[in-house]
Design a protein around this ligand. Structure first.
Ligand SMILES: Cc1cc2nc3c(=O)[nH]c(=O)nc-3n(C[C@H](O)[C@H](O)[C@H](O)COP(=O)(O)O)c2cc1C
Ligand SMILES: CC(C)CC(=O)C(=O)O
Length: 378
């Protein structure tokens, strides 16, 4: 990892080490990928004010996230199928986050189960919920998260219908992988990945095993999701979820001020301003574009988290400057996982923290709480 200096390096290594179908699943977006590109382009369009001759000798990235101390304003976002990027990927990512002192969010659509992770790590982690039609199963899933002492529930609200990712169809992306000649050739050139995945605890969705017939028809992930996810989910269901889940609730996937206002009325502690990393509604605005208006509308009532397009500490700084209290990263750490397991995720987190510290220094800021729009050049 010595020559890895930025997230792009981890991405390149991920691409070399992980079969194409899983790398593309991670890297790409939905439809024409307009929103995926906008997340990066709009982020990079935000310019900093360089400030000089400020004493920046006491810089510190530590902060709180939902009242809990965190070494930096960063959370590992829920990412499905991490165990297909690296054997036991969810456990490796969670361990790296906990060693770095930041929260990890486990996706419903993980390869390792909630219990696999809970048995392998020292501290509580967050659990992300997708609501499916079988409400008995969803209730049991929330109860499993409670039993595992998960410290926050992240309810994802932007994927009851899945946006088409062309590349997944072209690659025949299935879980577990289906054999074809091209896949065999691809796998043959990635022996470390193959042995890691074969040694992993599971080969298909650990949280769903034994409940939903995942192995029956997961030849197309999107067909399966469209048959299982509950498209009738609506605001009144939040009360039902809150009647089961007693802890902190975060609504993830809000892009609209009116929705943010409705979210503030649910009693959720936080929202994540997010377009799902450009994987859902293509043509939606970038998350950084809508962040300021959402902060203006509800920032005094809920904690505002942000994700979409973060590839550096500079990007974290940009989102904080526009009013986010903390940021989630998805691909940035998934690339690290594919590149080098737990060490790769640790590297991704370390890169972002060091970039954030340097950017704070060059903008004349010592503490996270000092970051606001005064550091932005107009
Ligand atoms: C491969 C991949 C899988 C994802 N799976 C989930 C998921 O299971 N649940 C969820 O709420 N969001 C999921 N997301 C969205 C992320 O939580 C996050 O919103 C997004 O990655 C942020 O954009 P970024 O990748 O540019 O950081 C996924 C994202 C990626 C890249
Ligand atoms: C399995 C998927 C539903 C996970 C996801 O949220 C995504 O791929 O964006």
């Amino acid at each position: 990892m010595k020559h890895i200096t930025c997230i792009d390096d981890l991405r390149a290594l991920h691409q070399r080490r992980v079969p194409k179908a899983f790398f593309d699943y991670c890297d790409r977006g939905s439809y024409a990928e307009e929103t995926l590109r906008a997340n990066r382009e709009d982020m990079q369009a935000i310019k900093f004010r360089q400030r000089i001759l400020v004493d920046v000798s006491k810089r510190d990235t530590s902060t709180t996230i939902l009242g809990e101390p965190s070494t930096m304003p960063l959370v590992l976002a829920p990412v499905g199928l991490l165990g297909m990027q690296h054997g036991d990927g969810e456990i490796h990512a969670c361990r790296a986050a906990q060693a770095a002192g930041i929260p990890f969010t486990q996706s419903t659509m993980s390869i390792c189960s909630i219990e696999d992770i809970a048995a392998s790590v020292e501290k509580p982690f967050w659990f992300q919920l997708y609501v499916m039609k079988d409400r008995g199963f969803i209730k049991a899933l929330i109860e499993r998260a409670i039993a595992a002492k998960c410290s926050a529930l992240v309810l994802t609200v932007d994927l009851q219908v899945i946006g088409q990712r062309h590349q997944d169809i072209k690659n025949g992306m299935t879980v577990p992988p289906e054999w074809s000649l091209s896949k065999l050739i691809d796998f043959a050139t990635k022996p470390a990945w193959v042995s890691g995945v074969l040694q992993g605890k599971r080969r298909t969705f650990g949280n769903l095993a034994g409940h939903l017939k995942v192995s029956d028809d997961i030849t197309s992930l999107s067909t399966w999701i469209n048959s299982q996810f509950d498209t009738s989910l609506n605001w009144s269901d939040i009360d039902w979820i809150r009647s089961i889940w007693p802890g902190k609730l975060i609504l993830k996937g809000i892009l609209d001020v009116e929705d943010a206002e409705l979210a503030a009325k649910t009693g959720a502690q936080a929202i994540v301003v997010s377009n799902h990393g450009g994987r859902q509604l293509d043509g939606a605005p970038s998350s950084i574009e809508v962040l300021p208006e959402i902060v203006d509308a509800v920032g005094d009532r809920m904690e505002i988290m942000f994700d979409g397009g973060i590839r550096s500490g500079q990007d974290v700084m940009r989102a904080l400057a526009l009013g986010a209290k903390s940021c989630m990263i998805g691909r940035a750490y998934a690339y690290g996982l594919g590149a080098g397991g737990q060490a790769g995720v640790a590297k991704a987190i370390d890169i972002i923290q060091k970039e954030l510290l340097t950017t704070m220094g060059l903008c004349g800021v010592n503490r996270i709480e000092e970051i606001d729009d005064h550091i932005i050049a107009v």
